[in-house]
Write a protein that binds this ligand. Structure first.
Ligand code: GUN
Length: 291
């Protein structure tokens, strides 16, 4: 079994981006600037956004964090988005999800200018991805593709089973894995909450990508021997033996699945780190496009 080391790859990518920023600085070009909008104070969202901002600093980007009360109205949030769309110093921005229930996430996503939508969530960017002409690929699926690419994992003609059909992970992942690209060219099956006899699909998977948001859901009996296992889940499980009071687990029962897999991503240290790299790659691309 080979561990797909997200830390190692993300460090490589961060240093590639940092090099590009050094060149931009040397050439007196504009430094990429990412803004993040955080509404309310959800613990997990706070952690993710803090990490995004920290990594911007690491590679030499400018970053702006906009914190808003969870009582903000949809209209007020739309005004903030419009001002970010109009701000020529900001190359790309994200609105961290989930949003409070009184705000329509689709409406917010659609208000972001497609050329600043570094999350790749806007319908224009989703459409371009579906047509095989992507500009900004949503960060997590792009991170998974980067892992497969950098470990030279052969995906052509393989059975790829994806668990989950969300707009941000499962659906774009299915598009990317079925395209005539490398990685890609896989035969893709998407399973979801209404799938019957899930195990009959997962045990056929040469490549199993799990994004269903259920802690340690995938057990060894659900996995084919020699499969490539990509775990997109991340959950905090109470653990009194830890100083923090919790430990992180994925959607896969790692200890029992790992010995059966040919390659597997750990949690933490797998896909999560790649997501941030993809966001920074998209921001660099936005800055180059906008200059
Ligand atoms: N919430 C969970 N993942 C993401 C992400 O990739 N982008 C945004 N904006 N919100 C998220």
């Amino acid at each position: 079994m080979i561990l797909l080391d997200g830390k190692k790859i993300s460090d490589e990518i961060l240093s590639e981006i940092a090099n590009e920023v050094r060149i931009l600085k040397h050439d007196q070009k504009k430094i990429p600037h990412l803004a993040a909008v955080l509404v309310g104070n959800d613990g997990a969202s706070e952690t993710y956004v803090a990490s995004k901002v920290r990594n911007c600093e690491k590679v030499g980007f400018k970053s702006t964090l906009i914190r808003l009360e969870d009582t903000i109205s949809e209209n007020e949030l739309l005004k903030v988005i419009n001002s970010l769309n109009d701000n020529t110093d900001i190359d790309g921005f994200i609105v961290q999800l989930p949003l409070p229930k009184h705000i329509n996430e689709n409406k917010i996503t659609q208000a972001i200018a497609p050329n600043k939508d570094v999350d790749g969530f806007h319908p224009t960017n989703v459409g371009l991805l579906a047509l095989g002409n992507p500009v900004f690929i949503s960060a997590t699926p792009n991170g998974v593709m980067e892992i497969l690419r950098r470990y030279n994992i052969d995906t052509e003609g393989k059975n790829c089973v994806i668990l989950g059909r969300s707009n941000i992970v499962g659906s774009p992942m299915a598009i990317l894995m079925s395209k005539n690209t490398n990685p890609g060219n896989a035969t893709v099956t998407v399973c979801h909450s209404k799938t019957q006899n899930l195990k009959s699909y997962t045990t056929q998977a040469d490549i199993l990508i799990i994004a269903i948001g259920k802690p340690e859901f995938i057990t060894s009996d659900m996995v084919k021997s020699g499969a490539v296992v990509i775990d997109v889940g991340i959950h905090r499980i109470p653990d009194s033996s830890k100083k923090s009071g919790f430990r992180l687990v994925g959607d896969v029962k790692f200890d029992e699945v790992a010995p059966k897999a040919s390659y597997i991503t750990p949690v933490p240290g797998g896909v999560g780190l790649m997501t941030i790299c993809s966001l920074l790659q998209n921001t660099l691309k936005a800055a180059k496009m906008n200059s």
